[in-house]
Design a protein around this ligand. Structure first.
Ligand code: PLP
Length: 397
């Protein structure tokens, strides 16, 4: 019965066991350790003959509840919650790879993931080759005899390019390679990479999963035997999520479905309005029929997501004027918040890349990224529209 329940129900009804107080909502377990009933139970817990909480670096009722819920929503067997999305990305690689191994990664990964691949993992003899989402065959071409992992984000940030996960899953299986998908942009509500063959699904819970810009967190989810290694690595190196953040994030998941429906509806409306404005050079959104991978997006994602990228006529200069003319929308580097956020990736989130690297992942100097929030879409559009007009006047001065 329970495994036939739907997404929203699982997100609400997956809950840590009630205490003798019979609380309705789950309490916050702020405790660094847990007591043993007697010497024998302490021994058995450490010997892993029985399962139970020992110390919050290993597990805690709040983090366990979050992981159990995320597993049900993603269709994965097991998982580990981490202090940040980057801790999740790092341990998913460091725990599963050895010196001499090789990763094939999409070129358009999150900035800090790029740093891990290019600056940190090579210290321990783990190499990588980048492949391009818009040339899927480049993934096959990049595979070497020592390739142990394929790492992708789909849709990519901020170019919103996709890759066919069932195609990639098949290639990974054929070569015996671990497919690791950072599913932060789509969230488990829009897309479940494990159902397409991904062995590992990684998350920054900081974005849409929290959804209200409050806490940092992450998770590594996947096959039992792989998560066993990730758990060993996390237990002894210590990137544990705090119980408080786990409590916040588990509560957030209760409203993920309803929030994503609204984020996506608002984003589609903003994308459509931008597409029909004569001052807009181009718009990219996975559920706009003009997106080059529209068919794939419809097949692979439930809805188009909460992020829209576009460029105004006048490029980088115009983008700056547009951003400065905004009155309500937030100027910050985060995304996936109830508040609509506008970012200029070329000078902020992706400024560490060279111009050439940015071009290769579709980040033009004038690209503007909007993480569309939950405000009334008419008000979001009103602010965008007045900033389009204001920036035109400014540029013509
Ligand atoms: C934000 C983000 C991360 C990093 O997550 P943090 O929680 O900030 O550490 C990783 N991947 C993607 C796609 C992200 O957007």
């Amino acid at each position: 019965m329970e495994n036939q329940r739907h997404f929203e129900t699982l997100a609400i009804r997956t809950q840590a066991e009630r205490t003798h107080f019979r609380e309705h909502a789950v309490p916050l377990y702020l405790t660094s350790s847990f007591t043993f009933e007697d010497a024998e139970q302490g021994r058995a817990l450490f010997a892993e003959e029985i399962l139970g909480n020992i110390y919050t670096r290993f597990s805690n009722p709040n983090t366990s509840e979050l992981v159990e819920k995320l597993c049900k929503l993603e269709g994965t067997e097991d998982g580990v919650a981490t202090a940040s999305g980057m801790a999740a990305m790092f341990i998913s690689m460091a725990a599963l790879l050895r010196s001499g191994d090789h990763i094939v990664a999409s070129r358009s990964v999150f900035g800090s993931t790029h740093q891990i691949l290019t600056q940190i993992l090579p210290r321990w003899g783990i190499a990588h080759t980048y492949a391009d989402l818009h040339r899927p065959e480049s993934f096959q071409q990049a595979i070497q005899p020592n390739t142990k992992m394929i790492f992708v984000e789909t849709p990519s940030n901020p170019a919103l390019d996709l890759i066919d996960l069932s195609w990639l899953g098949e290639i990974a299986h054929r070569h015996g390679i671990i497919l690791n998908v950072d599913n932060c942009f789509a969230t488990p509500y829009l897309q479940n990479p494990a159902r397409y063959g991904a062995h590992i699904v990684t998350h920054s819970a900081t974005k849409f999963i929290d959804g209200q810009g409050r806490v940092i967190g992450g998770a590594v989810l996947g096959k039992k035997e792989l998560i066993k290694e990730v758990r060993f690595f996390a237990r002894h190196t210590g990137p544990a999520m705090s119980p408080f953040n786990a409590w916040v994030l588990s509560k957030s998941l209760e409203t993920l479905a309803i929030r994503m429906e609204k984020h996506c509806a608002n984003a589609l409306e903003i994308a459509q309005r931008l597409a029909s404005h004569e001052q807009v050079a181009w718009v990219k959104y996975p559920f706009l029929p003009t997106h080059p991978q529209y068919e794939l997006a419809r097949r692979q994602m439930r809805l188009g997501g909460g992020v829209v990228s576009f460029e105004l006529k006048g490029g980088a200069q115009r983008a700056k004027k547009f951003i400065d003319a905004l009155q309500m929308l937030s100027l910050t580097a985060n995304l996936g918040d109830a508040r609509t956020i506008v970012t200029h990736p070329a000078t902020t989130t992706h400024s560490k890349l060279t111009e050439q690297e940015r071009t290769a992942v579709g980040i033009t100097p004038g690209l503007i990224r909007i993480s569309v929030g939950l405000e009334n879409p008419a008000d979001i559009w009103q602010d965008i529209l007045q900033a389009i007009e204001q920036s035109k006047e400014e540029l013509e001065k």
